[in-house]
Each structure stands twice: as C-alpha cells, then as structure tokens.
Design a protein around this ligand. Sequence first.
Ligand code: SAH
Ligand code: SF4
Ligand code: F3S
Length: 480
Amino acid sequence: MKDYSKYFKGPSLKEAKNRGKSEIHHINDAYHIPVDMIGIGKGQTYFIQTYGCQANERDSEILAGILESLGYRATDEIKEAQVVLLNTCAIRENAEEKVFGKIGYLKKLKRVNPNIIFGICGCMAQEEVVIKKILEKHPQVDLIFGTHNIHRLPELLKQAMLEKEMVLEVWSKEGDVIESLPSHRAHPYKAWVNIMYGCNKFCTYCIVPYTRGKERSRHKEDILEEVQELIENGYQEITLLGQNVNSYGKDFGDEYDFSNLLEDVAKTGIPRIRFTTSHPWDFSEKMIEVIAKYDNILPFIHLPVQSGSSEVLKRMGRRYTREQYLELFDKIKKKIPDCTITTDIIVGFPDETKEQFEETMTLYEYCEYDLAYTFIYSPRAGTPAAKMEDNIDIHEKEERLYRLNDLVSEKANKQNQKYLNQIVEVLVEGTSKKNDEMLSGYSKHNKLVNFKGNKNDIGKIVKVKITEVKTWALKGEQVE
Ligand code: SAH
Ligand code: SF4
Ligand code: F3S
C-alpha cells in the first residue's frame, strides 16, 4: 500500500489556529485539462450525489461543469454512470452514516461493473478518521479528494483511470481562491454565488473551519462579473454564499465590507438577492440599512442562534449573549418590519441543563421564527466540544428536540397565516412536485407557494393570491 501518512492531519485546532496570516492567492489559471483527457468522457455519463449545505451544492455544480468539459453527461441513474462522485458533508454523525451506507451499496455496484470510477470528495474527505476508515475498509473507492483541490479533478481522474491503487489527494493548504472554473448550474432561474470560502469562527462544536479552511473572500470584481453573466443568461435570483457572509472582505484589509458588496450587487438590478449565512456576531447596522434600502434584497435573514442560554452560548464559542442576540433581532425587525427571520438550534450540547433548554424555548417563543433547523448535538472529532463529556441522555435530547419542533411548527403556521388573502410575488420554478397541474416557487419571504397558474410563466416572477395556508407551504392562484 502507498504511504498516505501525509494526509493524516486532523482536524486539529492547534494547527488550524496556526494557519495564521499566510497570504491568500487568487488564482485564475489553475484549471486545465491534460491533453489525453480531452473528450475522454464522450458517450459516458456521471452521477454526483450531494450531501451537504449550499457551499457543497455549489461545489457539485463545479464538479459537474468539470466533468461536462471532459465530455461526460449527467445521469439520474447511478447504476448507469461511469463516474460516481459522493460530495460529502461532515457536519453531524448521521450525515456521515448516510455516506458510509452509500459506499457499501457502491461496493456491490462495482462488483457488477468494475469499470466505474468511484470518488469521494467534500468535507468528510478532509477528516483523518474518515480517510483511515476508507483505506481500511473500503478499498473499492478509487479516488478521494478534498475541498481545496476540486479544480484538480481532470488530473485526479486520469490517475484513477491509470492506477490500480486508490488515488488520494487532500490538501491541508487552504489559502487559495480559485477562479475561472467551469460550472453546470442546477437551476435555470436561481443561482448560488460564492462570495467567500472557509470559516474563522471556530464555534466549539463545529467541523467546518477545519474542513473548509480559513476565511477568504473572492474579489468583488469577480463576484460582480459572475452576477452580470447570470443576469445576461436570464437568472432572476441569486443567493450570495459564505459560511459567515458578514465577514466578507475582512481578509483584504480595506474598508470594503459585506454591506458594500450587497449594495453593489443590488445596483446590478438583478430582481432578487438572498444571502446566507449571517452570524449574529458581526451583523452591522450598515448591513441592516442596505437590506432595508433596496427592494431587490429580499426581506429574509437566516440568523442562527444555536441556543437561548448565554451560558451555553459561551461554551459553544458563539461570541454573543442571549441579550445581545435579542437586541440585534429587535433592531432588524424594527428597521425591516416585514423581515422573515429563520434560525438554527442545537439541543443537548454538553452540560445543557433543563433550565438552559427552557431558555431556548422562551427565546423561541419571543422571536416567533418563521422556520428553524433543529439538531441534536453531535460530537465531531478534533473540535473543542468533543473533549467535553457528551453527557445528556439520548432520550432527554430527543425529548427536547420534539418539544422544540412542536414549537417550530406552531410558529411556522402562525407566521404563514398573515399571508392569507394577500398577494405575494413568486419566482415560478416549475410544476409542483406532487401535482403537475400546479406551479410552484418561492415568495420574497422564502415561503414555498403552490398555485394554479400559467405554465408559460415558468422562470418569471408572478403575482399570486394566497387562498390557503399550511404549516410548511402556501397555496394560491396566479392573479397577474
Ligand atoms: N455557517 C453556518 C452554519 C453551518 S452548519 C452558521 O454559522 O450559521 C449548519 C448548522 O448545523 C449550524 O448552524 C448548527 O446549528 C448545526 N451544527 C453544526 N455543527 C453541529 C454539531 N456538531 N452537532 C449538531 N449540529 C451542528
Ligand atoms: Fe461552524 Fe460557527 Fe463557522 Fe458557522 S460560524 S460554520 S457554526 S464555526
Ligand atoms: Fe457539511 Fe461541509 Fe457544508 S461539513 S454543512 S458540507 S461546509
């Protein structure tokens, strides 16, 4: 077996904190196709499964773009594909279990068709424990690569085709921003636009700062050029992406920050702008003002709170107290009264007492969020929280999650009621999944709307009168 020891690096907090101020390179010419790989995929197909967040989805669009530039075409049938990539997520244990389940399935598939190239990439590939497990137990994997070297796919695929042993290339070098990569976007009318990569927040429970590396921003010129191109191609909506968009530009050392970028993007005139995720810690007044000022910046903010207890927040390393969070929440609601606010919450963090959980419930009761993503705490190897004792009984954790989820649906329903008989604007994405007589899309406030309307308007923003309200969706009829 080859010596793979150089890839066994962590996650390690010590190493990550030492990554320091090394320069960030913006590289335009990193991507190239080896001569003997040109057209290699002609007549063949690929299948990519995406497990993670929007950053992961955006990476999958780039992986798809690269494979298409080699001549491959997409297939929905994993059994038919000659190249299968699992773009993985490491955020919680159950995300990882799903991937290992699929790896087992692919073992069988490979027995039937030994010529498939089977690759694993994404955040799990940045974890030492995962790589060790794959090397030991799953030799049917042909290729593993991480989040920092996806532009190397043509070269890595070539090696995987030529070599009998597994090809493994995971970089701990993380300081680059790679531009000019091909991409095959998943949606025709709405698009993800990366504005920055990585995370420096180091919340104590979270693996992302290790799997995605340090915070680094794309140049505003590159972002605005991408937006312009999307406008020219008829896109109606973009979502600016970063693990913590409020940190945009901090690595440049000049004045230009996220509020400036948001304003410049708004001025391009693209009809709809969303952004995610914003951390409450450095959510500035200027940002609130810009969001309030421009109609095309949608009144929708995902503002993860994680816990309603200042004690727990402190142990989570979130950098704000319950009171500071609520102050920000109130400020946003005051300046943008119709703003939809959603959140993320973790229950059962180490040492979370019943009383501390009740503080999360009372905070939720106060904020009446439109929606929340709720999770049971999952220890991640190498993170500071993993050293704390995971001491809340699983039944207790589940009990807390169920109670919270009941509140989440109660408030989601309550928030939706205000749209009854109102007219909302919807970007029509296509026919509804359950009934192809109905169209569906999202409102400005990010509500899923299913409605009777004109199929010729797919891809456009139309007006819909809401006739029925459900907890997770609205129903209506197109009026214009
Ligand atoms: N950058 C985003 C979050 C990305 S992860 C932010 O800071 O808002 C998405 C969500 O997963 C987090 O907000 C958190 O609620 C949850 N999460 C992250 N690590 C987790 C863990 N170890 N266990 C359970 N949930 C976790
Ligand atoms: Fe994870 Fe915190 Fe960074 Fe979000 S801000 S990605 S929760 S470390
Ligand atoms: Fe998962 Fe990586 Fe995103 S761990 S949530 S895919 S940044």
